[in-house]
Design a protein around this ligand. Structure first.
Ligand code: ZN
Length: 462
């Protein structure tokens, strides 16, 4: 199997040049000018960008939450991802409380097996960590699960105490694992939720009001301080606001290995959109919540200045009818999460490149190269270079597209960006050398996505 991609403008995190790419089986084997080779498939990319496939390091496919399950499974979720130019993802496996990490990993591997159409890895969510289980973290690293996530939010469900986080970080530093933190002060939030409900404020916007930005800023600071004491790197997931951004900027200015991601919803939506007379605000209920609008430009600046290294989606879709409406009378019963696995590259191209907030190279870097580097997949993923997996997106910068429930491929009954007009879209998408999207048609195969056995933090994956 061989493919030649001709005449495209190759854009990586560092470079921008016209060239041809030759692919044999699943790898890039040659890059050059006017390559004169015979190939089984020839793709003319003239006038288009050729970029490394997007990598979404924060997804929740087929995930149980609050008595229901996220609406995309590993087939529909990865298919939608592919349509939007994402060719790898890292989902979150959950350690069943009191049980081994291995049990959690087996459950999530079974969800993905035979269904995924693009490559995938897992982070492991730690729900409890007695001393005798710490050594199991090394087993996970050996299995290619080289990052763990802990929660400072959701008491009695996912939250762990500071000592547990500190212990996990200390061990992670020894074994080359990266700790990801959901940084919100869950204990204080629970108190505010109780007060809010007691006052009879039950509509969706009160979900956001009960989770203040300061609760995120405080927890972000605490997560970074714990990591500093443990001598460990730390990665803050779904950072939403300036309070938290300032904490990461301070840490990085001191030279600490603190990293953070934001998500499209925080770049494009704000809390005032949730205050509607009907139940529409439920479509924007997730945690951490939406913030005041002025935070958006701070986040864009954070992406530009490298305070934020990654854009990921936190894709966790629930249908408006039958799932979100579980909380029609009480915001505490609305499943938390929204759909966007398909829209990440589109939205950040429009808001970032077209509207001139970040460069084309930076757009590739935050959507593909940095996720690969931070999570032990580079240079196999996140790069257009000889020896890399041929996960390639041919991006049409002139394409015009309307994001809508009518045009998207996610298995959910609404879009968070209904009617939004964007410029730029994925034209042709290859996963390890095979065309999986072309002419707006899906050509991928369930089960063709493979588990990515990731490298320890800071080491390359060949
Ligand atoms: Zn999440």
């Amino acid at each position: 199997m061989s493919t030649l991609i001709k005449n495209g403008r190759i854009i990586t995190a560092e470079q921008n040049y016209i060239g041809d790419i030759f692919i044999e089986n699943d790898k890039i084997t040659l890059i050059g000018e006017n390559l004169d080779m015979s190939a089984k498939t020839i793709i003319d990319a003239k006038g288009k960008y050729v970029i490394p496939g997007g990598i979404d390091v924060h997804t929740h496919l087929d995930m149980p939450f609050g008595g229901t399950t996220s609406a995309d499974d590993f087939y529909t979720g990865t298919r939608a991802a592919a349509f939007g130019g994402t060719t790898s993802l890292i989902d979150f496996a959950i350690q069943p409380k009191g049980k081994s990490f291995k049990e959690g990993l087996d459950i999530w591997k079974a969800k993905a097996d035979g269904k995924a159409t693009i490559d995938y890895g897992f982070h492991m969510i730690i729900t409890d960590l007695p001393d005798e289980r710490i050594s199991e973290m090394s087993n996970m690293v050996n299995e290619g699960v080289t990052s763990f996530k802990l929660f400072l939010a959701y008491p009695n469900v996912l939250m762990v105490d500071d000592a547990t986080i500190f212990k996990a970080m200390k061990h992670a530093a020894k074994i080359g694992a990266l700790i990801c933190m959901h940084a919100e002060n869950g204990m204080v939030i629970d108190e505010i939720v109780k007060e809010t409900v007691a006052a009879g404020n039950l509509s969706p916007v009160y979900h956001a009001h009960s989770r203040p930005a300061l609760a995120e800023g405080e927890a972000t600071h605490r997560a970074i301080a714990l990591a500093q004491m443990a001598g460990a790197p730390v990665y803050i997931v779904h950072l939403t606001c300036n309070d938290a951004l300032e904490k990461v900027a301070d840490a990085r200015a001191k030279g600490l290995p603190a990293f953070a991601e934001t998500c499209p919803q925080y770049l494009f939506h704000s809390i005032d959109e949730m205050d509607t007379p009907d139940f529409e605000g439920a479509k924007l209920v997730f945690s951490p919540p939406l913030r005041e609008k002025w935070n958006q430009e701070k986040l864009w600046a954070g992406l530009k200045q490298n305070t934020l290294q990654v854009v990921a989606t936190d894709h966790c879709p629930f249908n408006f009818k039958g799932q979100k409406d579980m909380g029609i009378d009480d915001f505490t019963k609305i499943p938390n999460g929204g759909p966007s696995i398909e829209n990440r590259l589109q939205l950040t191209f429009q808001g970032g490149v077209v509207e001139k907030r970040i460069s084309l190279n930076r757009w590739v870097e935050v959507n593909s190269t940095n996720p690969a580097k931070i999570f032990g997949m580079y240079p196999r993923k996140g790069s257009i270079s000889v020896g890399s997996d041929a996960d390639i997106v041919i991006w049409d910068p002139e394409a015009e597209h309307v994001i809508s429930v009518e045009t998207h491929h996610m298995n959910v009954d609404y879009s968070m960006y209904e009617g939004k007009k964007i410029k730029g879209n994925a034209d042709t998408v290859l996963s390890r050398g095979k065309v999986i999207v072309q002419n707006n048609e899906f050509k991928g195969v369930a089960g063709n996505g493979s588990f990515i056995k990731r490298s320890p933090f800071g080491t390359p994956l060949d």
